[in-house]
Design a protein around this ligand. Structure first.
Ligand code: F6R
Length: 365
């Protein structure tokens, strides 16, 4: 049931404040602010120095964000691969202490095969999954649930932000176990995560502006998404969402790679969506944006209030979120990217919930 929404995708976008809150609740005791591994399972990160993450599609991009979280918050080195490569790469996994998988459905063939490979190599396995009765959940040593509820729209939205929430919270738990995060820092960080539902709700206020922008985006044939640091996986996710449902060719790049190729594409027919909260990477991203502007590229800047004040660039349009703790930016900034893809597809008249050639659950290679 879509309720008063036109598509499941839109309904699921709007469910995010609630479901990311639920998901956080299984990783954090909301009365004490302390992190925990859900459902009393045992997973101690104390001796985990290296992790291998693998997943497909949007799950992979959640995992890629997870890498930034785990490396920063817990000083755990993370290898990451798409599951279709990991399963065949025959990595010796020498010093890897934990294999981590991310899957909404829990049935994706390549992710399942990767899990089985890790187990065959004698590794401990943990999986962030949305369907608790799934094969991946059953076969993993530790199940890290996302509580997104059933996701019907083929393009993943709420499952993604719940995966980010789960990984963010778990990285704090890992940091505490490893003595990287103090009890006071733990409290401050979980308090920050608890602001997630409100920040996502704030992002909804941009919908009117995004709808108008989407009308223009729908007239282009290509789009480029740029981001750095925590916003790099988001740039990839924004491009994935747009191409999946609007069929506009979109590419996501680490902003620092601009000079190494994609800048050749920039002219007035190339909209460039820049994801840049005012974080430690902001100035660097702004200088990339200036390079785009100098070549006539059409810029849509997604930033926060601080970034909007600081980023002196003639952006075609600026979408402004509230200032927020850095750990939350992937979750909140995902929302305008989802809405931009959604409204662009609606304008183009594509089948938003069931895009051509795509299946919700990819159970064959
Ligand atoms: C993108 C999308 C897909 C899935 C991918 C993995 O919007 O939905 O890229 O993320 O097929 O699926 P799961 O997470 O079920 O393993």
């Amino acid at each position: 049931d879509k309720g008063n929404h036109r598509h499941f995708m839109q309904k699921e976008i709007y469910e995010q404040p609630e479901v990311i809150g639920h998901t956080l609740g299984s990783f954090v005791d909301m009365t004490t602010g302390r992190t925990r591994v859900p459902n009393g399972q045992s997973l101690d990160f104390k001796d985990i120095k290296r992790m291998a993450i693998s997943a497909c599609g949007t799950g992979y991009l959640a995992g890629l964000t997870g890498r930034y979280y785990f490396e920063r918050h817990a000083r755990i080195a993370c290898d990451i691969d798409v599951a279709s490569e990991f399963r065949y790469r025959e990595s010796p996994l020498g010093d890897v202490d934990l294999a981590l998988f991310v899957s909404q459905s829990g049935e994706t063939a390549d992710t399942l095969a990767s899990l089985r490979y890790a187990k065959s190599m004698g590794l401990k396995t943990a999986s962030v999954v949305n369907v608790q009765e799934s094969t991946i959940a059953r076969e993993s040593d530790v199940v890290l649930p996302t509580l997104a509820g059933p996701e019907i729209g083929v393009a993943s939205t709420k499952a993604f932000t719940c995966q980010l929430m789960a990984l963010a919270a778990l990285s704090i738990r890992a940091g505490v176990d490893r003595g990287v995060i103090s009890p006071d820092e733990e409290l401050a960080m979980t308090r920050a995560l608890a602001e997630g539902p409100r920040m996502v709700a704030e992002a909804f206020k941009l919908e009117g502006q995004i709808e108008i922008l989407a009308r223009e985006l729908a007239t282009y044939r290509h789009a480029l998404y740029l981001g750095r640091g925590l916003s790099y996986p988001l740039a990839l996710e924004g491009a994935l969402k747009l191409k999946e449902i609007s069929y506009i060719h979109a590419e996501g790049y680490a902003a620092g790679e601009l000079k190494h190729g994609p800048i050749a594409l920039i002219d007035e027919t190339m909209p460039v969506i820049v994801v840049a909260p005012h974080d430690r990477m902001f100035e660097k991203t702004v200088s990339n944006m200036q390079e785009v502007a100098a070549r006539g590229g059409r810029i849509i800047l997604i930033t926060d209030e601080k970034g909007a004040r600081a980023g002196a660039v003639s952006a075609m349009e600026t979408l402004i979120l509230p200032d927020m703790p850095e750990i939350l930016t992937p979750i909140a900034f995902a929302v305008p990217l989802q809405m931009l893809a959604y409204h662009t597809a609606v304008h183009m008249g594509t089948d938003v919930d069931q895009p051509r050639n795509l299946a919700k659950s990819v159970t064959v290679e």
